[in-house]
Design a protein around this ligand. Sequence first.
Ligand SMILES: O=C(O)CCC(=O)C(=O)O
Ligand SMILES: [Fe+2]
Length: 332
Amino acid sequence: MKKILLKENIEVNVPVIKKENNSPSFSAIDEYKEAFNYYKANGYVIIRDILKKEEANNIVSGWNTEIKNYKGYLVRQSSHVPQKNKFNDKNWVMNSLQHIQNLPPKEFPKLTSSFMDYLCENKKLADLIKFFIKGKPRLVQSMFFEGNTTTEAHYDSFYLDDEIIGRMAGCWIALEDIDWNAGRFFVCPKSHLNKKFHKSQAQQLIKDGLGFDQFIENNYEAIRNNNYEVRAPFLSKGEILVWNSLTIHGSLKDINPKNSRKSITMHFTRTNTKFRQSFSNQLVELSVEEREFIDIHRIFSYTSFFKLSMLMEAKFPRIKAMIKKIISFSGK
Ligand SMILES: O=C(O)CCC(=O)C(=O)O
Ligand SMILES: [Fe+2]
């Protein structure tokens, strides 16, 4: 076990080996109900037997050959503007990718087909999530991480959620064994039960004229005040951690790590319901591509026009912001 200081007065005991995990894991083959009971009580659960190790390897191979050699701009999770790959000295891509489901299959055939075949068309994953969120899953967001981006403590419902608050589930999918110092994903068990605090926060912060920094600080305060345990379980290649949209989570910092943390996250709401954009307090309709097990929402597509606008946004972020301002001003 290693100790990492998450923030002042918040320590995390990070398991180095599987045996040190405080979290049980459940099989997607025959332990649905037990897994769901654990998820309901704790706000997260670890699932095995969904993604095979060879399948994880194939996804990674698509990432390595296609994304790492790609020279253009892509939409990133770690940045507001589209970026080219940023490598560290270990050759890991440090700017995490957003919306794998939107990548054009022609340019990224292996990554897109393995993502679709092994995850979006995965009946076991779909059945499990369907059981958890009580409806056919709709993929609303996905991300790919290689190098650690260190995500501050938050809960996703603050940004997005199902029409019913607390019905969205996220999946953190390990594509390699995740080392204790690689920027482990962490969760605060039972923090999803603090519903009153979670539900009112976004609108309260807007009312008070406060922003995201205050939101992050409030989450650390909630961890301290409620004495939440912070767990950063060992996940081996192919294992999946499912968490609830109201559960506080993030990823730990690393110090000179030996390994990357190749992983995918996916967020699911129930299809055929409105989608909650919490910060703007709006319920919106989403168009989806209907598929057998999981419907897919694609927010944009990498058309030539989109590529050009990404280039503009990346090169002249101020102009784009100005245009947005003018449009919203003239719309009033
Ligand atoms: O892996 C991470 O750093 C955080 C991912 C996350 O917060 C999410 O996908 O909702
Ligand atoms: Fe998150």
